[in-house]
Design a protein around this ligand. Structure first.
Ligand SMILES: Cc1cc2nc3c(=O)[nH]c(=O)nc-3n(C[C@H](O)[C@H](O)[C@H](O)COP(=O)(O)OP(=O)(O)OC[C@H]3O[C@@H](n4cnc5c(N)ncnc54)[C@H](O)[C@@H]3O)c2cc1C
Length: 519
């Protein structure tokens, strides 16, 4: 890094030090690049987006192994996290719990458990996923980046970014003192509606499939257990050690428990419901929402918000320009779909891997531009398919049966992708949610489009059959086994029995299970 007064010259400038900016900085530093990380705020700070998935954690492992980052790898599982970083708060996530509510009615289920869905993501706590307590987690990553030699400037207010022949010049001020960065390449990791989208791109565009939604969220203490309101004896994992989703017509509530007494909870609501409860009012709106959901209100009876509510007038964000000459947006700056299904982290991690590859393997010029354009296409395609699926789920929030079938498309694609990647056959799972698979990708889009049209009668039955047929060749988790009545544990026998679908032998799968602590 060269420095003259408050002017510096670097290979890469990264705007924003959320987990994604810091991780990208760390990886580029490992590749020997001179990197500056520019943050307008100061850590530790609140950030939303907390729940991980098996694919998120596998991608963390892959990046950590590829770029020799063992301290980052230990964050990929609950057990290793607790042993290596007990001081960094997080939550235990054994799976995805969905509970379906009707407006004004206490939660009620039937013997077939038709009003709930529990999909385990891990067979035990040690290898389980986590919820990141972002104030701690993001601070730890930024410190790791600094430790590796990344120059970190917080409280940095960027005034302008000007393309030059050799890259870009960034001008700003820090504690009232002007600075200038001359960078060969700029990565925008400043989140949705971030810096470069507006400065060099064309700004945001309306989502194509999703209905407009609003967010209302905060952190709480003293949130009760859902299993205390509705016991789930014999469930595949404790229902609260999960991303708990309370789904109801017009929206849903997430509940994520951390191990420091804090619980993250909030709602994603269609405009109509948000207007009904006056979402912009914050805490009183939350109380009005819970008044419509008596069993959720019971879970939150003793709760207290530990910080003011945030009302986000729009959750989803898309933009048309993902890259330009000597700059690129990370996927998390290029688009946010919805917290449903926890897709933000894996999309971002896939993008970090691709973008770092581009910078590592190409020099500035036409080849790099072509590779950046390819990165932009992959980013947009993956955001598109996620948006289509989540839009279909929004359309079915008053139809638990259809919602459950649709979400199993996600779980089939996610578990299949994870397994073939772990078997070193990543080509068998092309694109996020298998979107580039010649059969599954097309069926996923078609089923989502049909569900969004709200078919009834025979057309609805035919759609459910079609979803099941799409899932079958990729189902390695017993998702089509009706005897499980909506509760899906992780069973070694399911995976071993699906070896043929994975182009593997039962012995290969048994080795995999032993190697990954899944057996
Ligand atoms: C309500 C909600 C819930 C979500 N839940 C989940 C979930 O459970 N799981 C999941 O996988 N994804 C989730 N997501 C998506 C997830 O939040 C994002 O993928 C993730 O936070 C992206 O991380 P990041 O580091 O790119 O950005 P951020 O965490 O947004 O960090 C951006 C950083 O850039 C800084 N910054 C912004 N502008 C500037 C500027 N001009 N100059 C300098 N610095 C700047 C900010 O201060 C901040 O520190 C959720 C999204 C929303 C909206």
């Amino acid at each position: 890094m060269t420095r003259a007064g408050d002017a510096l010259a670097v290979d890469v400038a990264i705007i924003g030090s959320g987990f994604a900016g810091s991780l990208t900085a760390l990886v580029l530093r490992r590749l020997g690049r001179r990197v500056v990380l520019l943050e307008r705020g100061r850590h530790p700070r609140f950030a939303i987006g907390e729940s991980t998935t098996p694919l998120t954690n596998l991608l963390i492992e892959e990046l950590a192994d590829r770029y020799d980052l063992p301290e980052i790898r230990s964050f990929s599982k609950w057990g290793t996290w607790q042993r290596a970083h007990a001081d960094v708060a997080c939550g235990l996530k054994r799976g995805f719990t969905f509970v379906f509510h009707r407006d004004g009615k206490p939660f009620a289920d039937d013997p077939s458990r038709s009003q709930q869905l529990m999909v385990a993501a891990s067979p035990n706590d040690d290898v389980a996923d986590t919820h990141w307590y972002r104030p701690d987690f993001d601070l730890t990553l930024v410190e790791a980046a600094r430790g590796a030699g990344v120059l970190y400037l917080d409280n940095a207010h960027i005034a302008d970014a000007t393309p030059t022949a050799a890259g870009m010049t960034i001008d700003g001020a820090r504690d009232s003192r002007a600075f200038q960065v001359r960078a060969g390449f700029v990565i925008d990791a400043s989140g949705p509606r971030g810096f470069l989208v507006n400065r060099l791109g064309k700004g945001g565009v309306a989502p194509r499939w999703l209905p407009p939604t609003q967010g209302l969220y905060t952190h709480f203490e003293h949130v009760g257990l859902w299993s205390g309101v509705h016991p789930a004896d014999g469930a595949p994992y404790p229902p609260d050690d999960a991303a708990l989703h309370h789904v109801f017509p017009g929206g849903w509530i997430w509940v994520l428990r951390f191990n420091n007494g804090i619980t993250s909870a909030g709602a994603a609501l269609t405009d109509a419901l948000a207007a009904d409860i006056g979402a912009a009012d914050g805490a009183p709106a939350w109380a009005r929402l819970l008044d419509r959901l008596p069993s959720v209100r019971e879970q939150f009876r003793e709760s207290r918000a530990t910080r003011p509510f945030i009302h986000a007038p729009r959750i989803a964000f898309r933009c048309s320009d993902v890259v330009g000459r000597n700059w690129a947006l990370l996927p998390s700056a290029a688009g946010v779909i919805d917290p449903l299904l926890s897709t933000g982290f894996p999309l971002t991690l896939l993008g970090i891997g691709r973008l770092v590859d581009v910078l590592a393997t190409t020099a500035p010029g036409p080849d790099r531009q072509a590779a950046l354009d390819q990165y932009a296409r992959a980013t947009q395609t993956e955001l598109d398919v996620t948006e289509q699926l989540v839009a279909a789920l929004y359309a079915c929030m008053d139809d638990p049966e259809m919602f459950r079938h649709l979400s199993l498309l996600y779980f089939a694609a996610a578990s299949y992708s994870e397994t073939v990647r772990r078997l070193n056959r990543p080509h068998m799972a092309p694109g996020f949610l298998l979107n580039a698979h010649p059969v599954f990708g097309i069926e996923l889009r078609a089923c989502a489009a049909s569900a969004a049209a709200r078919p009834t009668g025979a057309a609805r039955t035919a759609l459910i059959d079609r979803i099941d047929r799409a899932i079958e060749p990729f189902d390695t988790a017993g998702l089509l086994d009706r005897t499980r009545r909506g509760w899906y544990p992780v069973l070694a026998s399911d995976l071993v029995g699906s070896a043929g679908k994975l182009d593997a032998t039962p012995e290969d799968v048994r080795h995999l299970l032993a190697r990954c602590g899944l057996g």
